[in-house]
Design a protein around this ligand. Sequence first.
Ligand code: C2E
Ligand code: MG
Ligand code: MG
Length: 433
Amino acid sequence: MEHLAFHDPLTNLPNRLLLLDRLAQAFLQAGRHGKGVAVLFIDLDRFKVVNDSLGHHAGDLVLTEVADRLRRGTRASDTVARLGGDEFVVVCPDVDSRQDVARLADELQKSIALPILIGEHIASVDASIGIAFGVGDDDPESLLRNADQAMYLAKDHGRARYEVFDNELRGRVAQTLDTQMSLRSAVDLGQIETWYQPIVDLRNQTVVATEALARWRRPERGLVLPGDFIAIAEETGLIKQIGSTVLNQACRAAAALDGAMAVSVNVSPRQFARDDFGAVVKQALSISGLPPERLWLELTESAMIEAIGSAAKMFHELRDIGVRLAIDDFGTGYSSLSHLRAFDIDLLKVDITFVRDIETSAHDRAVVEGVIRLADSLKLEVVAEGIETTGQLDLLLKMGCRFGQGYLFSRPSPDVSPLVHLEGFLAPAARAR
Ligand code: C2E
Ligand code: MG
Ligand code: MG
């Protein structure tokens, strides 16, 4: 009973409880010997693929094999524990140098990456490792948390590598926490603004729509770009309030314009996955009086994949409302052609990364041309993002691309209808009423 309480039944490794106890002992010992303690937080990459493709039994075999490799690759005085799932932790008491630990991380990584034979299949996983160092008066929980943070950084930096939790990372973690806290009140304090970037019909050089882009006017920091807060907003769930705020501001601004100009609003997967998203859209339309066909919603490919079951329902609901649907950053996610067919989409937005080098890279040119052909045959419109030069514009026109947006025409601006550079002239996108 006692053994069970402190060990993981699958691998027979110490569990979290025993790990924390060993870690506390390691601190005491290190304090006495004037040495350091190192924690290696190990998370397997691509483990889910093994589970999904070869089954849970194969997944279990991979975990036991990794446990064995970790045990064989460490010293008897080290502790190897399994926290659950595909997470393992190695504790090294009595550490003399950082180099020793880095070398250990390297060796463990290499041994985990060796193929694992399962029946007639070969499974292969990698390890992302976060390392944290502690001395006598640190506490076990926070050292573990630091190693975990470093592991996330390793994943961010492309997986199958290790990162060390140091002062820089400490600073970054503190900064993220600070951003989270301030972002919580940003919506209530009216700090979320919507900026706009025109979407141009390339053939007759008219503005057909404008993309709504969130901006955070953060006191004492100035204007914060989405790249610095959308991901945090998504993690914390604040994206729902921020997304609704932008949606409402955008609908109101577009409704105040003459003519048929549409507004295109970005929708994050988390908003889209909510059952009430349809109601949120309806409300924004009815409050602003904007006709539904003048609202475009930009979804990411991953939003479609993630919410595959409920997505169909939400797609139909939005279709019924009558808004137009676009796929944003097309080509960067898990483009699945079958999804394109299954879901009723109006537009594809070709990601900026393909447009950027279109003049110099035959490969990128082929990708963009391919997307345009594909869209044609599926009767979808294409918007090319990030057009900065007339050279890019000419190529896109030759390929038959209908719409585009980018700095060549206009940078994002707080004005829903900014001046747009068209054929060398400055023309107002649309007149305000
Ligand atoms: P996106 O939807 O792909 O938006 C286009 C981004 O490309 C914008 O960056 C825009 O300023 C930038 N861009 C446009 N033309 C050019 C160009 O010619 N050259 C270059 N280098 N960049 C150009 P921004 O405003 O920083 O937004 C970044 C991303 O943040 C957006 O990418 C979108 O995914 C996300 N985002 C912005 N607003 C919202 C929002 O309200 N909700 C959600 N969920 N995401 C948002
Ligand atoms: Mg977008
Ligand atoms: Mg985009």
